[in-house]
Design a protein around this ligand. Structure first.
Ligand SMILES: CC(C)(COP(=O)(O)OP(=O)(O)OC[C@H]1O[C@@H](n2cnc3c(N)ncnc32)[C@H](O)[C@@H]1OP(=O)(O)O)[C@@H](O)C(=O)NCCC(=O)NCCS
Length: 385
């Protein structure tokens, strides 16, 4: 494109960079028309059924499923990095509870705080090791934030547990059964990667300047915070709470559609079909809501889904991952405000893998604007304005 100065609206461009190709990747692929998601070619359904978060992290980082030895080395490295500095616990204890601060802000600051405690944080050559450290430690930070928000002391990580089981232990304070641990694993797996979404792109923009991995991941966390991206899960759950009962769900949603409200947990830039992650979570939601006695949420959600698809399905609007993840996490005993930090705790695998991939073949991201402001304006001294 050569025109860079124009009148407003004169030059057509895809707003929100829709359809613009940022780079090549071997990590994941979203087929939005068919409603399919693949991690390095493997359908998400197969991964969610058979894999673990640690294995998915390996797959995304190294573009292959690990052998037993390779997996146990990565698991060992992740376990070894779990603990966070006392100063970071102190910060979380001092700011995460009792203040009107979103836990994503605490997470963002806490991850940033890790860097000065890490001698290798500025080393480009250490990017891969830094990626493993940060991925491991985000779970500790998120769990600690969740504890402090409930007026409890953070719990230090245990080393014999899997990443998912250790997270639940640190957050809930006791060992969970196999179903709960598996569900946590699936939640982290389903959030691990999703194409060139806003937070992954933010991570890439930062790493493409050759800034360090911590800065890049903080960029990802910052972009994920917003309600149009990772913040939608919390708002979708707030909507279910506001509706309150199954009988009120249909009139509530019809009224919202009539008012052209954006319904959180629906719609997607790429998916114009049912998000496969929502389908997987829906089946887990059936089981966990039964166990927790929270079927009410699932019933409200199912009614909303039915009406939304009947009214807006033709426009390609279907539930996305954020719609059922809230019902699932609430039923697991996780408070609403922690949903987005947990999304980040899963997505960090994708951010890190894409950042390492970017560094192997880097060129700084530097798109352009079309300038539609005044030209040849002159400077007016302040007293004459
Ligand atoms: C995800 C999202 C940001 C994608 O945005 P986008 O690609 O820019 O799509 P747009 O916002 O331009 O929406 C396109 C059309 O679908 C409608 N639409 C999109 N999402 C909708 C939703 N959740 N509820 C109702 N209508 C929706 C828009 O109103 C618009 O309609 P119009 O063409 O008549 O104006 C958007 O669907 C959204 O805000 N969803 C709710 C938040 C959410 O769940 N985010 C998590 C994504 S994983």
């Amino acid at each position: 494109m050569t025109i860079i100065v124009a009148k407003p609206g004169e030059v057509q461009f895809p707003k929100g960079m829709e359809g613009v190709i940022a780079r090549e990747t071997t990590k994941g692929y979203v087929d939005g028309q068919k409603g399919k998601l693949y991690y390095h070619g493997i359908p998400i359904e197969e991964i969610a059924e058979h894999s673990t978060y640690e294995e998915v992290f390996f797959l995304l980082m190294y573009d292959k499923l690990p052998t037993k030895d390779e997996l146990s080395i990565l698991e060992m490295r992740m376990r070894q990095y779990r603990e966070i500095p006392d100063a970071v616990y102190d910060f979380i204890k001092s700011r995460a509870g009792g203040y009107n601060v979103h836990p994503m802000s605490i997470l963002r600051t806490a991850v940033s705080m890790l860097a000065p405690f890490d001698d290798a944080s500025e080393e480009q050559a250490a990017a891969e090791r830094e990626a493993i450290k940060i991925t491991s430690r985000m779970a500790t930070i998120t769990a600690a934030i969740g504890r402090v928000r409930r007026g409890l002391e953070p719990i230090h990580p245990r080393y014999e547990l899997s990443h998912a089981a250790n997270f639940l232990y640190m957050y809930l304070g006791e060992d969970q059964d196999d179903f709960m641990n598996r569900l946590m694993d699936v939640l982290l797996i389903l959030h691990a990667d999703h194409g060139c979404n806003a937070s992954t792109f933010a991570t890439l923009v930062v790493i493409s300047t050759l800034a360090d991995m911590y800065s890049a991941i903080v960029g990802g966390i910052s972009a994920l915070k917003g309600p149009l991206h990772g913040g939608a899960n919390e708002r979708a759950m707030a909507m279910l709470d506001e509706i309150g009962s199954e009988k009120d769900a249909e009139p509530w949603i019809l009224n919202a559609i009539a008012k052209k409200k954006k319904i959180m947990g629906f719609g997607h830039r790429v998916y114009k079909a049912y998000d496969p992650r929502a389908r997987i979570l829906h089946s887990y939601a059936e089981e966990i809501t039964k166990r927790a006695g929270t079927e009410r949420w699932l019933n409200i959600a199912s009614t909303i889904e039915r009406v939304m698809i009947a009214k807006l399905g033709a426009k390609g609007i279907f539930p996305n991952v954020d719609f059922y993840s809230g019902t699932v996490m609430s039923s697991m005993g996780i408070e609403r405000r922690l949903f987005t930090p947990i999304f980040a705790t899963g997505r960090v695998a994708g951010w890190a893998a894409h950042a390492v991939e970017q560094l192997k073949d880097n060129r700084i991201y530097r798109p352009r604007f079309i300038y539609v402001g005044p030209v040849d304006a002159s400077y007016t001294p302040i007293d004459e304005r």
